[in-house]
Design a protein around this ligand. Structure first.
Ligand code: AMP
Length: 334
């Protein structure tokens, strides 16, 4: 019987160790979706070239992301796990979609403007057309759902625009993909310094990586910004305190969370205690994942096998879409 499960796709760039933002914004959802959907999860090595042109550490980082996906609980028997550049047809679809993407809309993309600020000496066309490559990744598998964090919402809207433009011009090929987070709001995992989100490369000291050692986690959490505490009952929380509670809700028990919430409300909270508890709960959460990542990283033949088999399955699926695309566009010469 033909597989009628809805198609899910998502990717992570191999630009460094993955962190709690990647875990709760992406990986945790991947694991929850793999039983009920036809899932394609990939390492976005081509995307990483837009900001990391030096490829000397690329293979190591790709391996790390594959190992992290496996350590987080993705089962390669259920989901197709592959590396982006192993699908040459993505680059072909990227080229076609580039003809349907306008310079003005690309320049207005929030992530593009952010990257221009971060890398002013390398504002390349790949960076500008990043959302087009992302659209190609999604559309090549005719994906319907894309489990991503809040930071990706605008890119998905652009994917829908490109898909619609293609369908109007050449005939209906692509579905309209939507962001997916199990009916919850899309999550944004804040950094520990109260500024922005956890990120692979921007604020290392305020980001908890899934490969961080216990002591490193403790140090980072203890350094998080606090103040002398609320002076009136039921005061509003400043952002940096709210962030600590948000992180606590992810890794601590509900009893712990409500204990510290009450303490905040009645002005008895001691941030030193709160951070100590948060640090221990984070250590307990991250340590087993870290151990598993390193265990898998040691087994290179296993990682290579996962990537080879994943590439085969992903190519088979993508090739079918590309026949539809070329036919629709009239690029079927023979
Ligand atoms: P990236 O690390 O930018 O390749 O992102 C990989 C995935 O992790 C994407 O689905 C992002 O939306 C998600 N992600 C990255 N950072 C965060 C964060 N701080 N909070 C929530 N999701 C995030």
């Amino acid at each position: 019987m033909e597989n009628k499960k809805e198609i899910v796709l998502s990717g992570i760039r191999p630009t460094g160790s993955l962190h709690l933002g990647n875990y709760f914004g992406a990986l945790a959802n991947y694991v929850k979706m793999q039983d009920d959907y036809d899932c394609y999860f990939f390492v976005a090595d081509l995307h990483s070239l837009t900001t990391h042109p030096d490829t000397s550490t690329l293979k190591e980082h790709v391996k790390n992301v594959i190992a992290t996906m496996l350590a987080a609980g993705i089962d390669p028997q259920k989901a197709t796990l592959y590396n982006q550049s192993h699908l040459y047809t993505t680059s072909e679809l990227y080229l076609y979609l580039n003809m349907l993407a306008y310079k003005g809309e690309l320049e207005k993309t929030v992530t593009f403007k952010e990257k221009v600020r971060q890398h002013p000496d390398n504002v390349n066309a790949g960076l500008l057309t990043y959302p087009v490559l992302q659209a190609a990744d999604i559309l090549i598998h005719l994906a319907k759902y894309v489990p991503v964090g809040k930071d990706q919402e605008q890119h998905l809207e652009m994917t829908r625009n490109f898909a619609n433009r293609f369908n109007h011009r050449y005939g209906e090929v692509f579905p309209e993909p939507v962001a997916f987070n199990f009916n919850h709001n899309l999550v944004k995992i804040p950094s520990l310094d109260g500024e922005g989100k956890m990120s692979k490369s921007v604020n290392e000291n305020a980001t908890i990586y899934l490969t961080d050692e216990d002591e490193v986690i403790r140090k980072k959490v203890m350094k998080a910004k606090t103040d002398s505490g609320p002076t009136a009952p039921d005061s509003a929380m400043p952002d940096y305190i709210e962030n600590l509670y948000a992180l606590m809700r992810l890794v601590s028990t509900s009893d712990t969370v409500s204990h510290f919430e009450k303490a905040y409300k009645n002005c008895t909270v001691r941030y030193g205690d709160l951070k100590k508890q948060l640090a221990e709960d984070m250590v307990a959460f991250v340590a087993p994942i870290r151990r598993r990542i390193y265990e898998i990283m040691e087994d290179e033949p296993y990682i290579n096998k996962i990537m080879t088999e994943g590439a085969e399955k992903a190519n088979e699926h993508a090739n079918k879409t590309m026949v539809l695309v070329r036919n629709a566009m009239g690029l079927n010469y023979f």
